[in-house]
Design a protein around this ligand. Structure first.
Ligand code: FUB
Length: 460
């Protein structure tokens, strides 16, 4: 009943392991809790951030549980207004979006133009058996996306599109492994002028690789091309395998490129890495993936983020993977409706599409919890409301501050509602929630699944 393609045995086991680890951590005083990777309830890969209207939207792939290859069937969207609390928007684009695609929903990038969102992705063309680049289009950053042209935009057996729009309005698409291809997109973003051409892979431009006569430069795959202060950057996965993240710069969109060295050394239990960089609320952020979740590895990856500062000359410093992640860029307002699937760290919970629209949190068992960072209660909250459903006997939402076993400021009882998507609202009094705090919604009850949560909100 509750099982969907979004749920998974491995994250469930991962959740159990995380609970054990986190219970141990909870016994230690003042332990700084990890908030990387960004998503804990499924494996994610190939991050592509996009800043739009005060939020960062994060487009990722989804590694299937227990994968022993890049077995990927759908893409996922997440968003945040503060870089620490991330909302799960589900899967608004999958292989099924492209009727001509057979497999391999690999690394893509989305961009906004003229009120629409275009998402360029590599997939295998069933008819040819080769990798091709498809383009999805949507009216919202969270989709749903549809196939923009009903066929591949380009096809040459290569992968990993990156897209950007220059100050002049000219859009550029790059992709490739083992080569690096470039084409100028037309303003409609779904056609191009001229033919794709190869960017020369010189050692001056992309560094020297040793040991592989077929791959003389470090360039492997996964370009992320953008422009900053008049300088063009190509951040890419270097060498194989394991990959590290390197970059080159150029005075123009097609070069000539100069190799600038390593950004992120080989780290983190995944033999691939894949970068995406954005500026958001005055700071710069580097997204990447690793194998940090329990069960994680080269085919079960997780997206993470670090904050960084460009050097004065525009070069990028070395960035190491951390478990602490980026500091929060804002506070979270508890006095407006917050989706339950907005999570800084989730322990034991998963998500699913909700009958009320969007997503809800489900698979909640006794002791599971959701952490939210930097919740701005101000002078004090008096009530807590939540939208809940339960096909079982329900349980309790413990509203806690500071930790999963931290101070209880309220308890909300949830009764059975006769179905996991039969929604009702509950509320309870709150006392002692003031200032800006990390909020923990801890769930308690009997055995088995307790209830689902769609959204919550505090009242002043
Ligand atoms: O996720 C599948 C492939 O692995 C991507 O297309 C590459 O960039 C590498 O991350």
């Amino acid at each position: 009943m509750k099982s969907t393609s979004l749920s998974a045995a491995a994250p469930r086991r991962a959740g159990a392991l995380l609970v054990a680890v986190l219970c141990a951590l909870a016994l230690l005083p003042a332990v700084a809790r990890a908030d990387n990777p960004i998503v804990q309830h499924m494996y994610t890969a190939d991050p592509a951030p996009l800043v739009h209207n005060g939020r960062v939207y994060l487009y990722t792939g989804h590694d299937e549980d227990g994968s022993t290859w890049f077995t990927m069937k759908e893409w996922r969207v997440w968003s945040s207004a503060d870089m620490v609390n991330w909302t799960d928007h589900g899967s608004p684009m999958s292989l099924a979006t492209f009727s001509w695609a057979s497999k391999d929903a690999w690394a893509g990038q989305a961009i906004h133009r003229n009120g629409k969102f275009y998402w360029y992705v590599p997939v295998v063309n069933r008819a040819t058996g080769r990798m091709a680049i498809g383009v999805g289009v949507a009216d919202s950053p969270t989709g749903p996306f549809r196939d923009a042209i009903g066929r591949p935009l380009v096809e040459n057996g290569e992968i990993d599109p990156t897209v950007f729009i220059d100050d002049s309005g000219q859009a550029h698409l790059y992709w490739g492994n083992p080569n690096l291809w470039h084409v100028r997109l037309n303003a409609d973003m779904i056609s191009f002028s001229g033919s794709p051409t190869q960017i020369p892979l010189t050692t001056a431009g992309f560094g020297a690789r040793t040991g592989d006569p077929n791959r003389p430069t470090l360039y492997e795959e996964g370009s992320w091309v953008y422009k900053r202060n008049g300088l063009y950057y190509n951040v890419f996965a270097a060498k194989c395998c394991s990959e590290f993240i390197a970059y080159s710069t150029a005075p123009g969109p097609t070069g000539p490129w100069t190799y600038r060295g390593t950004i992120m050394p080989t780290q983190g239990s995944s033999f691939t890495n894949h970068a995406g960089i954005v500026d958001f609320k005055g700071s710069s952020y580097f997204f990447y993936h690793n194998g940090a979740l329990p069960g994680g590895g080269g085919f079960t990856r997780s997206v993470a983020v670090e904050k960084f500062t460009y050097n004065a000359d525009g070069t990028i410093p070395t960035i190491n993977m951390t478990t602490s992640g980026a500091p929060r860029a804002d506070t979270l307002n508890p006095y407006v409706r917050q989706e339950a699937e907005t999570i800084a760290w989730g322990s034991g919970v998963e998500t699913e599409p909700s009958a009320e629209g969007g997503m809800n949190v489900g698979w909640i068992e006794n002791g599971d919890y959701i952490k939210l960072k930097g919740v701005a209660f101000g002078t004090g909250a008096r009530t807590f409301s939540a939208r809940v459903a339960s096909g079982a006997a329900g349980g309790t939402i413990e509203v806690r501050l500071g930790g999963p076993t931290g101070t209880v400021v309220g308890r909300c009882g949830v009764s059975g509602t006769g179905g996991w998507q039969n929604w009702t609202s509950v509320s309870c009094p709150i006392s002692g929630a003031t200032g800006t705090q990390d909020l923990y919604l801890r769930f308690s009850g009997g055995s088995g699944y307790l209830f689902n949560v769609n959204w919550w909100q505090f009242g002043a």
